[in-house]
Design a protein. Structure first.
Lengths: 426, 537
């Protein structure tokens, strides 16, 4: 194979393929902007599938995320959510969930209050929007409905008995059963992704439904690990409810899990049809500024690729996605060399107690942006008029403890695209 | 066996009560069991909770002490030979090197073979080229190198094996999480010890003919409980770090007077770099720090430049309980590594023995000397057998050995025996065996207790994922039935984090981010209140 340089030109390049990156691409396409997107999508597979706006504060549950953000504006004015109007947050969040629903992956519309969504260990997660396949769990739990949790022979890390043991005091009508998944009866390890793909076949849906019906007893609702198909999960879900004869809901599982794989495959499968130039599974290795704009460089097995654009959006995530990297002496931003706000000393990165309610200071490190979402250089000036940033690479937030990762990603992507659109030439 | 007295206190009657579940206490337990005595061993936490679990697992050839303490050096040489023969399953007889690099004192290096010869330690000179062929990661500034018969030892395997064998020999008993509260003393004799089960809070009374204090760094406290003021100790904290993979074939020692960051010991699939040496006043709340980790790395790099880019998965620390002496030096390094047996007769006690100081390599000898005294006091004549009776292999005590679980799993070839810990490939059947039959197994075994008896949580992810998988499995096997699995998971992860915290950089950062997202985002373990998502919410 001959290796040669390939060059492309577009209006905006989105760097990163997590929630923020895909949100940025969606919002840009929506504005009619010619868009390219590059980056690994590994970390998306680790999501529960729940989209949080703001759910936690110092170890406490936040019921009303909007009031929570109101409070945040006073206590944490630099928090990315504090800096964005409610109206823009609502628009960004709704646009994203509506777009997913329109593409065939139904999500609930963000409301005024958090939903208490089920987690496999039995503790609930305060979140704003859930996949429609999981909504039944929120409802069954709030009503205390007579519910059967079903797990599978050979499935690791998901125990119906564990869920029931942890929830039974507040949810007495909960039961547990184990069944064998069709064609996976041997007792050897089974994997959620394989099960989900298998359930896209009508015959397998029937066989599984029959096995679940056999153990259903008096239960009025069935909870399953998230395995109801990868593509068209809403259809698989509806079909299973029809076959079993009671409402069915999904529960997130250990990573890598199906809800994240669904998102990734949906983005990768549908956005190119909407005009996105997508270079998945390759990371940008350098960005250069020239007089025509910004060049994002990457390399695949056929050689180098250069994408010339008028603006780029940095949505490269944190350590797990490679947007930030740490050595013994500090944390750096890996692609553009943007300074990272961080504690002075490695000894201050983490508190002594892992589950410290305040979280760990290092998780609030990140890059600074101005009001137009342009990353700031060491002097506090925009590093470039053409470079914007979005998502959890931004400083002054703790997406894990505050349960605010999706909210920051959608809202900051929306703002970054809005700002980028203003510098595009007609 | 236990009975319940009229006041409701659980009581035990035994020949010898041993306090302290480290390698010494369990070594004494086995030594005495081999002589026919029935023992009961109490431990405030669990096996190897102190220095026995907080060291680099080095079976000293004696080379380290050859230049400063010929007596200890010779003792190490003899004892390591015996242990290599008696417990080969617990040993990696990997050999060791002493190397001097640029900046080290050539005169000190030159005298090394002579000192080894005095202590009877086999020592062969290598050229720098030969040394680097043997250990390719060595600095190219090596100017002197000697081969010595160092080895690495799994102190958990030894301890578990000791308890297991004593249980088999004389029906001896091990009680974890049992703290001595007071001694009942009359006529110069300890008649019984009142203890508390720290999990249930219940009192336990143990009557014994002889009482042995082998509580390591806590020996002074236990001696004082018995009214003895003769035990004086120096507490010296040492911190070590564990690499993600094995860096060297054998032990690598720096050929200079003992100092920080001067030794790298293989631990099966990993390597351990140590140590620091700092006097401390208190034994509570000690943990490895960022500064200590940076310090030993900086000290170790001149000998092994590979350390600069090595991925470390954990730091840990222990406290060396050293005999107090006037010339111990600021860092305690000059304090004696020898041991002392207190018969406490000048303190007015006839059946109380304390064993203080010493080191992992000489634990058997220490147990032998203690066993001799206890046997004499019991009025019996039973010779020590621990230098001639091999430590038997046991199914339930073999899971701490790195690489054992994958070999077992592969040989067993049972696809239904799912792997729960993917880093170390620990299958379900290992967990079953530990929960049912390992020394100290209990009905609601915690994840920490399982981790201590296996490789669970020892790999790259430091238990981030296997904690949840093992917990789920224990619910499925009806070992857990309430909310305790969640508490055990929190406790286990919080403990692993203490060791992770000082080595979080490089590839450990994404690992940590993923772990935290999993523990908080998917499991909700950071919420203060259990917000069970039932109808009450």
């Amino acid at each position: 194979m001959k290796r040669e340089l390939r060059q492309y030109t577009t209006q905006v390049t989105v760097i990163g393929s997590g929630l923020a990156g895909f949100a940025a691409s969606m919002f840009a396409l929506d504005r009619g902007i010619q868009t390219a997107q590059i980056g690994n999508t590994g970390a998306v597979a680790y999501t529960t599938g729940y989209f949080d706006l703001l759910g936690g504060d110092g170890g406490e549950v936040i019921d009303d995320p909007w009031r929570g953000i109101e409070a945040l504006r006073k206590t944490e004015p630099d928090h990315p959510l504090s800096r964005i109007d409610d109206k823009d947050i609502r628009t960004a969040f709704s646009k994203f969930t509506e777009a997913l629903s329109a593409l065939g992956l139904g999500y609930t519309q963000p409301g005024e209050n958090n939903l208490m969504a089920l987690l496999p260990g039995g503790i609930a997660k305060p979140t704003l929007s859930v996949p429609k396949t999981m909504l039944g769990g929120v409802e069954a739990a709030s009503k205390g409905a007579q519910t059967l949790i079903v797990d599978f022979i050979g499935l690791q890390g998901f125990s119906a008995k564990e869920m029931v043991a942890n929830l039974s005091s507040s949810w007495p009508g909960l039961g547990a059963e184990t069944v064998a998944f069709p064609d996976m009866e041997s007792g050897a390890s089974v994997y959620v992704e394989v099960m989900a793909r298998s359930l896209e076949v009508a015959e397998n849906q029937k066989r599984l439904a029959k096995r679940i019906k056999a153990v259903l007893g008096d239960s009025k609702v069935v909870g399953l690990p998230a395995i109801l198909g990868i593509h068209g999960s809403d259809v698989v879900h509806a079909q299973m409810e029809k076959l079993i004869g009671v409402p069915v809901f999904e529960i997130p599982t250990m990573p890598p899990a199906v809800p994240g794989i669904r998102l990734r495959e949906l983005f990768e499968g549908t956005l190119p049809d909407k005009g996105l130039m997508l270079v998945p599974q390759h990371k940008a290795n350098r960005i250069d500024l020239n007089e025509d704009g910004i060049i994002v460089n990457l390399e695949d097995s056929f050689g180098e690729i250069q994408i010339q654009s008028q603006a780029a959006i940095l949505a490269t995530g944190r350590f797990l996605s490679g947007g930030l990297a740490a050595d013994r002496h500090g944390v750096r931003e890996t692609l553009a060399g943007i300074p990272v706000s961080q504690p002075d000393n490695r000894n201050d990165w983490h508190n002594p107690d892992y589950f410290d309610a305040g979280g760990h200071p290092i998780n609030r490190s990140g890059i600074e942006v101005d009001g137009c979402y342009r990353p700031l250089d060491a002097n506090g000036n925009p590093a470039s008029e053409r470079l914007f940033a979005a998502g959890i690479v931004l400083a002054h937030q703790d997406w894990i403890r505050q349960r605010c990762g999706a909210g920051i990603s959608f809202a900051s992507a929306y703002k970054a695209v809005e700002a980028a659109s203003k510098i595009l030439e007609a | 066996m236990s009975t319940i007295d009229p006041a409701g206190t659980k009581t035990y009657d035994t020949e010898v009560l041993i306090i302290g579940g480290g390698v010494t206490g369990t070594g004494i337990m086995r030594d005495l069991a081999l002589r026919g005595f029935q023992c009961l061993l109490v431990e405030r936490k669990d096996l190897n909770a102190g220095a026995s679990g907080g060291n680099h697992g080095l079976l000293h050839s004696g080379g380290r002490y050859a230049s400063s303490d010929a007596e200890t050096a010779a003792e190490c040489r003899m004892e390591s030979d015996i242990i290599k023969r008696m417990a080969p399953e617990c040993i990696d007889d990997c050999g060791g090197l002493f190397v001097a690099v640029e900046g080290d004192d050539p005169a000190f290096a030159e005298r090394f073979p002579e000192h080894c010869a005095k202590a009877g330690i086999d020592c062969q000179s290598l050229s720098p080229q030969e040394a680097r062929k043997r250990e390719p990661q060595l600095s190219d500034t090596v100017f002197a190198a000697y081969v010595v018969p160092d080895a690495s030892i799994d102190p958990f395997h030894i301890t578990l094996g000791n308890v297991h064998h004593a249980q088999q020999l004389t029906d001896s008993t091990y009680l974890p999480h049992t703290e001595v509260i007071e001694f009942d003393i009359a006529d110069g004799t300890i008649a019984s010890a009142l203890c508390r089960d720290l999990r249930s809070g219940e009192s336990v009374r143990i009557s014994a003919k002889q009482v042995v204090n082998a509580s390591g760094a806590w020996a002074r406290n236990i001696a004082q409980l018995a009214g003895c003021t003769d035990v004086d100790l120096l507490y010296v904290k040492g911190t070590l770090i564990v690499s993600n993979s094995r860096l060297c074939n054998g032990v690598v020692n720096r050929l200079r007077p003992p100092g920080d960051g001067d030794i790298l010991v293989p631990g099966g699939t990993v390597s351990l770099l140590g140590t620091t040496s700092d006097k401390v006043d208190s034994l509570e709340g000690l943990r490895p720090t960022v500064d200590e980790v940076d310090h030993i790395l900086n000290e170790g790099m001149p000998m092994l430049p590979v350390l600069r880019d090595t991925r470390f998965i954990r730091a840990f620390c222990g406290v060396r309980p050293l005999l107090q002496s006037s010339d111990a030096g600021m860092d305690g390094r000059k304090a004696s590594r020898g041991f002392q047996l207190f018969d406490h007769e000048d303190q007015g006690l006839k059946n109380f023995t304390s064993l203080v100081g010493g080191k992992l390599t000489t634990y058997r000898l220490m147990a032998e000397k203690t066993g001799d005294l206890v046997t004499r006091r019991m009025g019996k004549k039973a010779p020590c057998k621990s230098a001639s009776e091999p430590l038997p292999a046991g199914d339930s005590v073999r899971w701490t050995e790195p690489g054992y679980a994958p070999r077992f799993w592969y040989r067993r070839n049972d696809p239904t025996d799912a792997i729960l810990c993917e880093c170390e490939m620990v299958p379900r059947s290992a967990i079953d065996e530990i929960v049912e039959t390992a020394p100290g197994a209990e009905s609601h075994m915690t994840l920490r207790a399982i981790g201590l008896r296996s490789r669970v949580g020892k790999g790259t992810c430091q238990g981030s994922f296997c904690a949840a998988r093992v917990s789920s499995y224990l619910y499925d096997s009806d070992v857990y039935s309430g909310v305790e699995g969640r508490d055990h998971m929190r406790d286990f992860l919080a403990e692993r984090f203490k060791g992770l915290r000082p080595v979080l950089w490089g590839k450990q950062m994404p690992q940590m981010e993923l772990a935290e997202a999993f523990h908080c985002g998917l499991l909700g373990l950071d919420f203060k209140k259990e917000n069970g998502s039932g109808s009450s919410s």
